[in-house]
Design a protein around this ligand. Structure first.
Ligand code: GLU
Length: 389
């Protein structure tokens, strides 16, 4: 194991970082099925405790958005099925039954505290399309201004594999970006992030603060998969990459801890805190994280330096290779000569056209393609530099 991971827990006593948590104004809380359901039943006690905690956070003047799983689990139980359906329509049917039950469970409980719940169901398509993304942002902001608690899940009833976010850890990170929240709290069946799965490796160490997500952290997460949730530890670290890469904080903590969100927000030392990197604007967050890149451009070192150090656009002359299948306007990754990703951007030409103009001067584009639609392969304004670790 590399020293950056080994020293992470002791390097930063988290107190100074945790002070910042009390300044949070808008928090997204993600709760997994393992926390709020038992088998195929909703766990009433766990829901009572969660809503009590969130209502307290709300009363303290903070805005709260809840991303919750549990629709499929609740649907399976309500329908009296003995196991999780194996077919897509079966899962979608279970989600249709379970989602309304899940929502009802929250609505009733929030009402007891005088709070109003509002439901939003999303799929990956809502994040792919910039206009739709902005519409949802506006709706979410309005719901918060009206004092409601937005409750979000994937729209499992309509979402098939191709249009799915796929797991609620990633969904909650997208929602944190969309809502421009200052903190994501992921509640799961683990007390936080460990250097290896604590249930399998006795030497594993709890990590109090992750200053930056390195390759070692990603590898440790790959090893520390949880049985409980859809995504295990790797999707939690990916969520942390999205949130911290956008410039916000994330805490991963045990959903069974009493008043866990209130205590995190008061700066108490619970769970693992992932520290924010450089702040990104809403549009740049959308480019970098809201939809998976459709392809890769291999960029030579000279062009890479012009992009990273001198704020230039990417021209065809700096492109050495092209991979994937993409169209004009899709998101692509920019890889350096070591194949490390250093940027993501909206591309001005499709795969076939780029393959034809690779390494060429801008003045040659018209002769080769019959038209010069753009001078740049990726314009500077549509390019986001990613933190390289
Ligand atoms: N959306 C799914 C559900 O409500 C859960 C997905 C997840 O837990 O990541 O059952």
């Amino acid at each position: 194991m590399n020293s950056s991971l080994r020293t992470a827990p002791v390097e930063s006593t988290s107190d100074s970082h945790r002070d910042r948590l009390s300044d949070v104004k808008r928090v997204v809380v993600k709760v997994g099925s393992s926390t709020i359901s038992r088998g195929f039943e909703l766990n009433d006690g766990a829901l009572d405790r969660l809503v009590d905690d969130l209502a307290r956070v709300k009363r303290s003047g903070k805005e709260v958005i809840l991303v919750t799983s549990g629709a499929i689990a609740a649907g399976v139980g309500t329908l009296g099925l003995s196991s999780r359906p194996r077919t897509i329509p079966g899962l979608q049917a279970a989600a249709a039954v379970g989602q309304s039950r899940l929502m009802h469970a929250y609505e009733d409980r929030f009402q007891e505290y005088g709070e109003m719940a509002a439901m939003i169901l999303l799929t990956q398509e809502d994040f792919n399309n910039r206009k739709r993304y902005i519409h949802i942002t506006n709706t979410l902001n309005t719901l918060l201004q009206l004092g409601t608690v937005p409750i979000i899940n994937e729209n499992d009833t309509v979402a098939v594999e191709e249009i799915k976010v796929g797991d609620n850890d990633t969904l909650s990170a997208h929602v944190t970006n969309l809502a421009d929240a200052d903190l994501l709290v992921i509640l799961s069946d683990q007390t936080g992030f460990f250097t290896a799965d604590p249930r399998k490796h006795s030497h594993s160490q709890f990590v109090d603060v992750v200053p930056v997500i390195t390759e070692d952290i990603r590898k440790a997460a790959g090893r520390a998969g949880s049985q409980g949730g859809t995504g295990g530890m790797i999707t939690k670290v990916q969520a942390a990459e999205i949130v911290t890469g956008s410039g916000e904080m994330m805490v991963l903590a045990d959903g069974k801890e009493r008043d866990v969100v209130s205590r995190i927000l008061s700066g108490e030392n619970i769970g693992t805190l992932f520290l924010p990197q450089t702040q990104k604007s809403s549009r740049k967050r959308w480019i970098a994280y809201s939809r998976p890149p459709k392809g890769r451009l291999l960029v030579d070192n000279g062009a890479r330096n012009a992009l990273v150090d001198r704020g230039k656009s990417l021209l065809a002359s700096g492109v050495r290779g092209v991979e994937g299948e993409f169209e004009y306007g899709d998101t692509v990754s920019c890889l350096d000569e070591n194949r490390d990703e250093f940027g993501r951007g909206l591309v001005n030409y499709n795969t076939e056209d780029i393959a034809k103009i690779i390494g060429k001067r801008t003045s040659e584009i018209e002769r080769i393609l019959g038209a010069r639609y753009y001078d740049e392969v990726i314009h500077r304004d549509n390019l986001v530099l990613m933190e390289q670790t």
